[in-house]
Each structure stands twice: as C-alpha cells, then as structure tokens.
Design a protein around this ligand. Structure first.
Ligand code: DON
Length: 571
C-alpha cells in the first residue's frame, strides 16, 4: 500500500468532504489518500485505476446512486486524477447487466473525422505509412466519444448528472496530489507534450520534475466540466468547448471540425453473449474485437482438459497460447467496425469452425504463426478499466481509453483536456503494425465516420443469471488475453480473485510470433516453453485488471491490480 501525504501547509485544504468511505465514514482527502488493493465488501464495490476516482464512485452510491451512476462519476473523476488514460477526449465501452435482467453494450468509441481517408498516413513520395502522425499530435485524434457516451449511459442512472460531475469538478478546481507513478508518467512525456502543443499545458512544469505529493490543479478542465454540467453533452460538442477544440485543430494541422463534433453518435450495440461451463459471459461486440475473440478462445478451450492441466503448468500455458494465436490471426483479417465492414461474426464463433481451427494443434510442440492464416476466406500505454457492483445487483464494466499514454499528447488549449491518438488503432496500411504490434487490412481500414477496431473487453460473467464476475483491463492487444486468463484462472483453475488478477500473465497475438511474459513468469516454465520451440519476450506488466467476484455468501471480493495505483472503494 502506498500513502502520499501532502505538506502540512496544504492541510487547510482538507475541505472536500463529499467523498467518504462508508465503512470508516472518514473523508478521503485528495491530498492524503491510499490505494486499497483487496477488500471484501458487504454490498457494493467500485474498482478503478485511482483511489480518488473509486472514492468518487462510492460517494454517489452513498447518495442513492446505482452502479451506473458510480461508473459515470468514476469516469469523470478519472479524466481529472488519471490524465494518462482517464479522459473526456477519448472513448470507451460500457457493458452492464442490470438487476432487472437487461444487458447493455454502449459504444462510445471515437469516430474518424469526415476528412479522414484510407491513405491519410501514407507518405505519397515514399508510399510508406508515417505512424508518428497516427500516434502523436493533432492528426492522431479521432472525434471523442466519452462525454456523449456518459450522457447515453445516464439514461440508466438515478442521480442528476451535475451530482456525478461534482467530484471531478472539485478535483480539477481545487487540485489533488499526484502519485509517484503519475509524476513519472508526466516527466517521461514532457518532451512529447512540448512537441505536440502550441500552448504549454499544466502537465509541463519547468522549474523541476514532478514528484509524488505535488498538487495538480486543472482550472481549464474544471471550466470545461462545468460547461458540460450546465449544458449537457452540448457543453462539449458545441459552443465554447467545441470552438476551443477546433481552434486547437487549426493551429496544429488537425482535421476535426465543428460538424464532426456535432455529428458524433453513440451506438447502442447488442452485447456478445455466450455460455462457458455453466456461466454466461457478456462482453463487448464489434467495433471491439474483445467479445468475439473471448468467445473464440473460450470456445476452443471448452472441450480440452484445461482444469486437469492446472494453473501455471507448461501444458495449460501452451494450450492457451495456441488458442490465442488462432484467434488473433482472425482479428487481423476479419474484425472492424460492423457499420462499415461485414464482420463474419456467426462463422467466426461457430463450434464447427473453432474445432477446425484447432485441428492442427499439437500439444508437444510450438505452433508457427507463419502456418496459421486467418481461418475464413477473406471478404475482401493508455486505457483504463473500472468495475462496479451495487447493492441492488446491478453490475457495470467499463473500459475507456486515450489509446497511448496521454493520448496524442495534445491538450486542447483553454479547455484543458488531452486528445486521444485512437486513429492508430485503424490499420494505417496493410502489413504496418499499430503501436501494439497488431496488423490489419480492409476490415479495419480508415474511412470517414468509421470506428477503429478496439481490443477493449469490458466483461461480466453471470452464474444462475446473477453477476458472478465483473472484469476488464487496459493493455492494448493484451487486453483480451488478460481477460481470458482472469476468467479461466477463476473458472477452470479455481484461483482466488486476488491471484486471478495478480499472478503473472502471458500473451500471444499471432504476430509477432512470440509469447510476452511478465517479469514474475516462472523461469522453469520459460525453459520448458523455449525447449518446445517458443520464443519468449519479457515485458514489464500485462494489464491492470479490476475484478469483482461475487462470493457464494453474496459478499463482493473486490481486487484492484497490484501493477498500478488501482484501488477499491466499497461498503
Ligand atoms: O482500443 C484499444 O484496443 C486500444 N486503444 C487500447 C489501448 C490500451 O489499452 C492502452 N493501455 N495500456
């Protein structure tokens, strides 16, 4: 557990009492707070990437809000206290299972601006894609979806939006102390902020590097949030905020226009739902690849002896790796925005097809991605997750993103929010990998108004029609394999919620043909996999999973990933 205390001079600012833990009735001060990693809650839990955002969610539950209220308040707060990924200038997905039995899948993914073209990142002279432009600066930004998305979700909430925005506005206006991780993130992006902005944002300090415990005040962002509070989604997509955004685009050779902002549309999707070993899985459909890949991978695992192989054995790691390889080969070829491309969903998830995909699986040796193409004929670091369960049994799973850390690094001057670099999630050119190494083609080519393919996999698992698990994570393409492993860790291997989240994870995505493993991934397993012919690559951390498990006695085992500042708040 980490505890960051502000210098005594700031203790007079301990005024902000609207956020309090129900258990202790102690206010959580924005200037002295700590991460709670594991908490068994009697009734309700919010797990998110930041203690102050989870506390904002809890505070609205205490005011009579439901899990949707809490998810909305937590997201507004994340846009302030977790600028690396929390956002109003990005997009996301909400999956929910309401106590009345309804299932929701709300898509507020960014859209390509009207002036976007299939070849917009390809240099006409060299014919090569310039991924610097799809990843950094104004041209990398898609039309933000988060504010419209939160208003669309609000239909299912109970409290007025102004109440859900209040904690975020207070945090932006009065400030909060930043964690060591945030300080190091801001310091690490200083040069990129300087390069990508015409007006230096508050995230750049020139006197000395940021340190844990420094106060971050975001006045421009507070004013933008107040406009949203007063005017609704129009406070973002029209009027002053829209003008500031378009002025920013004009200064930085970006292409988002007032019409793009006005035309942004949230889409209500039909959730991807399927059964796995007596559980019902509910996840995000296209334009996320998450739900479909999860269904493919669990479908390929279902009739194999995964539980007998056991957690953390070479046999189970190898089987999961081979399943991941096959699903990701399909992702590259077939997945994209279903409003623009006929994604062959039925075929991709059919049991006959999945059995065929595994026909050449060999449990004694490493498969080769060069031998695994997409299975059907071709038809032509930042994100953040939050999980909420309330006392009425509503469950909400939200993943939201700016894509890379601090998005495209451009802050809308005068409006104080970072823009996403989600355009890089399109396939900018066939054969050219995006920042997560993912390949794509026609299905995910750029077109005006199209949504870029996502890996975000907000997921809810039901047992006997009641929420059993609420789970999700950031991590680019590793999201889907992390969610898969969290699910099989619980259902097949019987791991506790804590271990399901915190035990080392691994990832294979077809191309590049290698298994990514976390630092703590055991050496003996690495040796055995290498001996079978696999190439392994060590990475720092895979995902930051937020998991709530409903225990047989009805209590909630809420776990915030140990890999970040993530934190539980509940009662
Ligand atoms: O939508 C996607 O798949 C990506 N934009 C997610 C990026 C992400 O998870 C970065 N986090 N570490």
């Amino acid at each position: 557990m980490t505890l960051y205390r502000q210098a005594a001079t700031l203790s007079s600012l301990f005024l902000w009492a609207s956020i309090s833990f129900a258990q202790s009735k102690q206010p959580v001060s924005p200037f002295a707070y700590q991460s709670v990693k594991d908490q068994v809650c009697n009734k309700a839990a919010v797990v998110s990437a930041h203690p102050l955002a989870s506390a904002a969610g809890l505070s609205v539950l205490q005011q009579g809000g439901n899990a949707v209220d809490a998810a909305i308040a937590t997201q507004w707060a994340l846009a302030v206290v977790f600028p690396v990924a929390g956002n109003i200038g990005g997009g996301g997905f909400m999956v929910a299972h309401l106590a009345n039995g309804n299932t929701l899948a709300i898509d507020y993914r960014e859209m390509a601006p009207a002036a976007a073209t299939e070849n917009m990142y390809i240099d006409p002279k060299t014919g090569k894609a310039n991924t610097r432009l799809s990843q950094t600066g104004h041209l990398a930004a898609g039309v933000p979806g988060t504010p419209a998305g939160l208003f669309a979700c609000h239909k299912y909430a109970k409290l007025p939006m102004a109440k859900l925005l209040a904690p975020a506005i207070a945090l932006a206006q009065k400030g909060f102390t930043i964690t060591e991780r945030e300080a190091s993130g801001l310091n690490g992006s200083k040069a990129a902020f300087e390069k990508s902005n015409t007006t230096l944002p508050v995230f750049v300090r020139n006197d000395r590097p940021w340190q844990a415990g420094d106060t971050l005040i975001q006045t421009d962002l507070a004013n933008t949030l107040k406009r949203i509070s007063a005017q609704g989604a129009k406070g973002f997509y029209q009027g002053e905020t829209a003008r500031l955004l378009v002025n920013e685009m004009e200064r930085g050779a970006g292409i988002i226009t007032l019409a793009d902002l006005k035309n942004y549309k949230v889409k209500t999707r039909t959730a991807t739902t399927f059964n796995y070993k007596g559980h019902q899985i509910i996840s995000m459909p296209p334009p996320s690849s998450g739900g479909i890949l999860l269904q493919q991978m669990l479908g390929m695992l279902e009739n194999r002896p995964l539980p007998q192989y056991g957690y953390g054995t070479v046999k189970s790691v190898q089987l999961i790796t081979e399943v991941e390889r096959r699903a990701y080969a399909d992702r590259a070829e077939h997945l994209g925005d279903p409003d623009f491309y006929p994604v062959p969903i039925k075929q991709l998830v059919s049991p006959t097809y999945l059995a065929q995909r595994m026909a050449n699986y060999d449990s004694t040796t490493a498969g080769k991605s060069s031998n695994i193409a997409a299975g059907l004929p071709a038809e032509s670091s930042q994100t953040t997750h939050l999980s909420v369960v309330d006392a009425q049994g509503n469950a909400v799973s939200v993943t939201t993103t700016l894509n890379g850390s601090y998005g495209c690094k451009t802050v809308v001057a005068g409006a104080g929010f970072l823009l996403n670099n989600e355009m890089d999630d399109f396939s900018v050119q066939p054969g050219v990998a995006n920042m997560y190494g993912a390949l794509g083609g026609k299905a995910n080519a750029i077109a005006p108004g199209k949504r870029m393919l996502s890996s975000m996999t907000p997921t809810i698992v039901l047992k006997n029609n009641k929420p059993f698990m609420v789970v999700g994570t950031p991590g680019g393409t590793t999201i889907i394999t992390s969610v898969l492993q969290s699910i099989v860790n619980v259902i097949d291997f019987g791991l506790s919620a804590h271990h399901a989240v915190n035990k080392p994870k691994f990832h294979h995505q077809w191309q590049p043909d290698e298994i990514l493993v976390e630092k703590a991934f055991p050496q003996n397993l690495r040796a055995q996999l290498t001996a079978m012919g696999y190439t392994l690559k060590e990475v720092n951390a895979i995902g930051r999973t937020e998991l709530i498990l409903v225990m047989p006695n009805g209590k909630l085992d809420a776990v915030a990933d140990g890999r970040g500042d993530d934190s539980v708040a509940g009662y």
